[in-house]
Write a protein that binds this ligand. Sequence first.
Ligand code: FMN
Length: 188
Amino acid sequence: MKKDLGVVPAVYPMPVLMIATYDENGVVDVMNAAWGMVCESDKLTLALSETHKTVKNIKINKAFTVSLADVKNIKAADYFGIASGNNTPDKFERTGLTAVRSERVNAPVIEEFPVTIECELAEIVRTENFQSVVGRIINVSVNEELLDENGKVDIEKSGILMFDQFKHSYYVTGEKVGQAWASGAEFK
Ligand SMILES: Cc1cc2nc3c(=O)[nH]c(=O)nc-3n(C[C@H](O)[C@H](O)[C@H](O)COP(=O)(O)O)c2cc1C
């Protein structure tokens, strides 16, 4: 028996994305975004509210970075979703995390987050209440200790977080349970 939940953004898991930008004075801001996903092999899209400092910063610099948050930095990651750079100018500073300027785009890279996607703004598509910010991926950098012997990110040891929209909870990436393009092959 199924029970209807009505209209809810019932996708699980959602990522825990850290969107990092500079304002017009070079002050770092980072926000937490769950509503984001790749939309081309070299592009990703984020559904962001227009009121966020982050959106203003992206419009100014036409650039941002997107990092995957991990369990080691869960407190800062959640805080980046609670406070706003609009009324907390030292929002980033308070966390004690480290920002360095990206060599490729006009946006900060947060050293402590394990995977960072450096993006140039490609376009902004207005939806009803949100703006779909489309970024062109210029580079992805990864903390070396997360790479396996084949140079791939080892998700099982990464501690990368997932977000559960139903209970507003964070989970850590779990064990491998299948191989994509192979687990379903017997039905072909
Ligand atoms: C778990 C979590 C996920 C969030 N996801 C989004 C999102 O996808 N889009 C959005 O516009 N705001 C999202 N927010 C809210 C922003 O992170 C929050 O409003 C933040 O204060 C904006 O910061 P800024 O004004 O410094 O840019 C999320 C917050 C949390 C805690």
